[in-house]
Design a protein around this ligand. Structure first.
Ligand SMILES: *[C@@H]1O[C@H](CO)[C@@H](O)[C@H](O)[C@H]1NC(C)=O
Ligand SMILES: *[C@@H]1O[C@H](CO)[C@@H](O)[C@H](O)[C@H]1NC(C)=O
Length: 352
């Protein structure tokens, strides 16, 4: 049974539909003829997913999941959705909120059509992320290194998502869930916390910020007075969007991006502002929900192994992506755990 409220509506929202002229600056490497060829190739290369059925004891309460969707990571996003539904005890209760970039080589309409034809009964919406709202806030030195402004979309979920969405699980596109997402959804955010994520307190936090940050007594005091900040990965977060909106966390993060624009206080793109605002004050979720770093480093061609302990979510963060390595016949051992979720069939060898 499907909840009436969760019908297959496709709503395309404009984030802050301001009259500002779109400056049209793009940072995607995909342009020109090759982009057009790969777009039609990719968009027509997926097979339909099997049907997913709710168990007997499912309520109609929706589980909201937000994820970005773009041509470059499309294969990852589709595999991630498939993995979520495949292992969910109540797959028909999962509602996906896809955030698409305004100028992606695959238009939001193309992406919507693709999701619809791949997952025929999926509850989802596609939202358009206006990149110009964030591009002006990204310091120029960081812009060059940025792969994708959609990395910043997670900061705008409060505005993007429907006002009646109070909680959301944010997931990167290079993940696979091999457990019931309901367990992650059910996590309690204690002590008024706004987000939950696995924390890594042995990581040296110093390295995420520059000397000019630590040598500034006012700024570095952010982490003073009893606050014990730990690294966390923003690719998997349970977010209380209601508290997020009320506490104006979008603005708090943007304030640090403003600081970064004037004075280089960190090297990475979208992660450090989250560490500045939330470090030491997140709900620590079991590490099984983000086995990260599996992307390793493309340049060195290094493969990673799993951390010890149980695994509910595999995350190919880092430069290498499993679909790329599999296609290039230089897969890492763990990439074969991703492979069964790949719904992109165009590249299947014909000689098998
Ligand atoms: C999640 O919480 C709901 C409502 O409290 C409960 O019915 C369900 O069994 C829980 N599911 C899991 C997997 O923890
Ligand atoms: C963390 O890194 C900084 C800078 O690289 C170093 O000075 C500091 O000793 C390190 N701290 C720990 C606890 O390893």
């Amino acid at each position: 049974m499907m909840n009436r409220c969760l019908n297959n509506a496709i709503v395309v929202l404009l984030l802050l539909s301001s009259p500002l002229i779109c400056i049209g600056i793009r940072y995607f490497p995909v342009t020109g003829e090759t982009a057009i060829q790969s777009r039609s190739d990719v968009l027509s290369g997926f097979t339909e997913a099997p049907e997913y059925r709710n168990g007997d004891s499912c309520s109609h309460d929706a589980i909201h999941v937000a994820m970005t969707i773009d041509l470059e990571y499309l294969r990852g996003s589709i595999a991630a959705v498939h993995s979520v539904l495949r292992h969910a005890s109540c797959p028909e209760n999962v509602f996906f909120h896809f955030i698409a970039a305004e100028f992606d080589p695959a238009s939001p309409r193309d992406l919507t059509r693709l999701v619809r034809s791949t997952f025929t009964s999926l509850n989802f919406k596609v939202y358009i992320f206006r990149e110009d709202t964030v591009i002006n806030l990204i310091s120029s030195s960081i812009r060059i290194a940025l792969e994708n402004p959609l990395n910043y979309a997670r900061n705008y979920l409060g505005e993007l998502l429907d006002p009646d969405v109070n909680r959301v699980i944010y997931l990167d596109s290079d993940i696979i869930i091999v457990d019931d997402i309901q367990k992650l959804w059910n996590i309690t955010l204690q002590n008024n916390r706004v987000i939950g994520a696995p924390e890594y307190c042995h990581t040296n936090f110093t390295n995420y910020f520059t000397d000019s940050f630590w040598s500034d007594p006012v700024m570095s005091r952010v982490f003073g007075s009893g606050r014990k900040p730990c690294y966390f990965n923003t690719g998997v977060m349970v977010m209380d969007i209601e508290k997020w909106r009320k506490g104006n966390y979008r603005k708090r993060i943007e304030n640090w991006m403003e600081v970064q624009r004037k004075k280089r206080i960190y090297e990475l793109g979208s992660l450090p502002p989250f560490l500045l605002v939330f470090g030491g004050n997140i709900e620590p979720i079991d590490h099984r929900w983000n086995q990260h770093g599996l992307g390793g480093d493309n340049v060195k061609g290094s493969c990673r192994s799993l951390h010890s302990g149980p695994v509910s979510l595999l995350h190919w963060s880092g430069k290498g992506k499993p679909w790329v390595r599999l296609d290039e016949k230089r897969a890492c051992p763990l990439d074969h755990l991703w492979e069964p979720y790949d719904l992109y069939k165009r590249n299947q060898p014909l000689d098998v």
